[in-house]
Design a protein around this ligand. Structure first.
Ligand SMILES: Cc1cc2nc3c(=O)[nH]c(=O)nc-3n(C[C@H](O)[C@H](O)[C@H](O)COP(=O)(O)OP(=O)(O)OC[C@H]3O[C@@H](n4cnc5c(N)ncnc54)[C@H](O)[C@@H]3O)c2cc1C
Length: 578
């Protein structure tokens, strides 16, 4: 196997699954297509049936006399969305928005192309239908600082925790019999599965040897340390936000789900109240759909700011440049935040791993939140380690990370008869910021995206510190026992010597990428208030990853679902519906 073959295998598999999609065998899982007429009114319109939008559509339509229209640009998730082993197959397919970042100063990187491809889900469940399913809530201190920025104590950890708990249906005997039980629900809608697979404990022992705590579970007391990962999975399948929140109510009469329909504009009346949306339907008809109470935009971190700007809500100068009439002058699209990730692969000798299985995650994994100052309760970086056979890693290298064939072949070449540990060293508190702008006023055009990774140079130097800290694991008993050797992914950096900061500066420029954890393009404070209402207009809220004032120090999906739960209650309260 080599990188070119691995890439071709992925393309062939994508084509094979297209045939399965053509048969529509799994459409019975999802709500029917709504029948709509031009000019028809609903109480609430939710734009985007993704991670947050699915939650909101469910919770608002719990009230029987309220009519909710959920509009989603994509269609039903395909069969492969269900299969935990193959999330990659939906990348660069019709289930992906297929955006590309502008040139970002990494032209000299080890990527396949200088511009980075960026994936977001375009289907019910949005990005939760194609992501890697890791469930982590971020740090309690993240929410305390949101509360401060938003000037609203209801965003503090103690007040958002009940919404995390409400969403969950945990079925893990070990956790439910432990102290951690109080942090989980058992009658929510989102199923979680903890990874208990063989092999994890030996790795965790190595981190224990370095002085780190090892937990069953991360929660408000267990913040800094290591644990096996938790996933949004039932035992053998993905649990996307759509499967959790939309599938069970596919026959609910007051919820109307309009699929394959792009919202092109939010419509305002003369008092700047959002009164509806303009859409482009799957048969390419333009229609107006009206909202009596509110429009809630949950179109994700790129498409929410794009839609707002197209509708006249955004930075005045940029809107005027595009001849868009300004409704509210706000810093929409600025403040984009992302976790930078550096990949370090180890060849290891741990004996045979089970062969890949479509219904299980490949290999096994664990994660750690590490503070360089071991007495601190606030982590500086996160480590996620996936232990697999070398072939699945080659697919990731070439198809997901899109590193060059040379880099992927370098990583693969000494792995014959071995396993590999792919370590993601993640900068979870970046100072760098990016932005989203309109490319044109055509709603079908992609936006201009500048993720801004390492635009603040402190992030590079801090990342080197994190990598050097991580590498201490190479001296532990277990890593010696399994003959861990670092794959020589970037030989061009070897001239500096691996013990130097120059080597790691060079390595970072070669082997880094974003985690696809982007947030904060319409943040609380600057763009929306603490009840997620857009400043300067009425009847318009935003609820998705874009409203986070700062990126969570952890994987963001759990926080997005919590935002969906919390905003649903806020909307009900503001309209006297509870
Ligand atoms: C490859 C990948 C792996 C990831 N892995 C993890 C992980 O393991 N754990 C984790 O915590 N996070 C992960 N993330 C991040 C996480 O999935 C996202 O942060 C989260 O799902 C975002 O939710 P959202 O509601 O903001 O947006 P989305 O879930 O993307 O929802 C937006 C929805 O709006 C729709 N839409 C957009 N524009 C329009 C329009 N104009 N009209 C109608 N509909 C529209 C979209 O099609 C989409 O369905 C990953 C992300 C990626 C890309």
């Amino acid at each position: 196997m080599n990188a070119a073959t691995a890439f071709k295998v992925m393309k062939d598999l994508q084509n094979a699954f297209r045939i399965v999609a053509f048969l529509h065998l799994y459409d019975y899982l999802w709500p029917h297509q709504a029948v709509v007429r031009d000019g028809v009114s609903y109480d609430f319109i939710v734009v985007g049936g993704g991670t947050a939008g699915s939650v909101i559509a469910n919770r608002l339509s719990e009230i029987e006399h309220i009519n909710v229209l959920l509009i989603e640009a994509g269609g039903n998730p395909p069969y492969e969305s269900d299969l935990p082993a193959v999330p990659l197959l939906m990348q660069r397919s019709r289930y992906d928005w297929n955006y590309t970042e502008e040139l970002d100063g990494f032209q000299d990187s080890c990527r396949h192309t200088p511009s980075r491809k960026i994936t977001f889900g375009k289907m019910l469940g949005g990005t939760s239908s194609l992501n890697y399913m890791v469930y982590h809530r971020g740090q309690p201190s993240d929410y305390d600082s949101w509360a401060e920025i938003a000037n609203d104590a209801t965003w503090k950890w103690e007040h958002v925790l009940p919404y995390f708990i409400k969403s969950i249906k945990l079925n893990d005997a070990q956790i439910l019999q432990s102290e951690s039980k109080k942090y989980y629900g058992t009658d929510g809608l989102l199923q979680l599965t903890k990874d208990h697979r063989k092999g994890i404990d030996e790795f965790l022992d190595a981190y224990r040897e370095l002085g780190h705590d090892v937990f069953h579970d991360f929660n408000e007391n267990n913040v800094v340390g290591f644990s096996a990962q938790m996933f949004t999975m039932a035992s053998k399948s993905r649990y996307s936000s759509a499967l959790a929140y939309l599938s069970p109510l596919k026959n609910r009469r007051n919820l109307h789900v309009l699929k394959n329909t792009l919202v092109t504009k939010i419509l305002f009346d003369e008092n700047k109240k959002a009164v509806g949306v303009e859409v482009l339907t799957e048969d390419r008809k333009t229609m107006t759909l009206k909202a009596k109470k509110e429009v809630i935009v949950s179109a994700g971190v790129m498409n929410t700011p794009k839609l707002l700007m197209l509708s006249g809500v955004g930075p005045e100068e940029h809107l005027k440049l595009n001849n868009i009439e300004v409704v509210s002058n706000l810093p929409v699209g600025e403040n984009l935040q992302e976790h930078a990730n550096v990949i370090i692969v180890h060849d290891i000798d741990i004996g045979p791993l089970p062969p890949p299985n479509l219904y299980a995650l490949t290999g096994f994994s664990f994660t750690g939140f590490i503070s360089l100052n071991q007495s601190s309760k606030i982590p500086d970086y996160q480590q996620m380690t996936y232990v697999t056979l070398p072939e699945p890693l080659l697919y990731f290298c070439t198809f997901a990370f899109r590193f060059s064939e040379e880099v992927c072949n370098n990583i693969y070449k000494n792995s014959v008869n071995k396993s590999q540990a792919m370590n993601e060293i993640i900068h979870i508190n970046p100072k760098s910021r990016g932005k989203v702008l309109l490319k044109s006023t055509d709603p079908e055009d992609a936006p201009i995206i500048d993720v801004g990774l390492y635009s603040n140079k402190d992030d590079i130097e801090n990342h080197i510190d994190y990598i050097l800290d991580f590498l201490r694991v190479m001296n532990t008993t277990y890593y010696n026992k399994v003959d861990a050797v670092m794959a020589d992914a970037a030989p061009k950096c070897n001239k500096y010597g691996k013990e130097t900061r120059e080597y790691w500066r060079c390595y970072i420029m070669c082997m880094s990428s974003g985690m696809s954890h982007m947030t904060s393009t319409c943040p609380m404070g600057a763009v929306v208030d603490s009840r997620l209402r857009v400043h300067g207009v009425k009847g318009l809220r935003i609820a998705d990853a874009s409203v986070m004032p700062t990126i969570t120090r952890g994987n963001p999906m759990a926080a997005v679902i919590m935002i969906g739960e919390k905003v649903s209650d806020m909307i009900k309260q503001d309209h006297n519906l509870i």
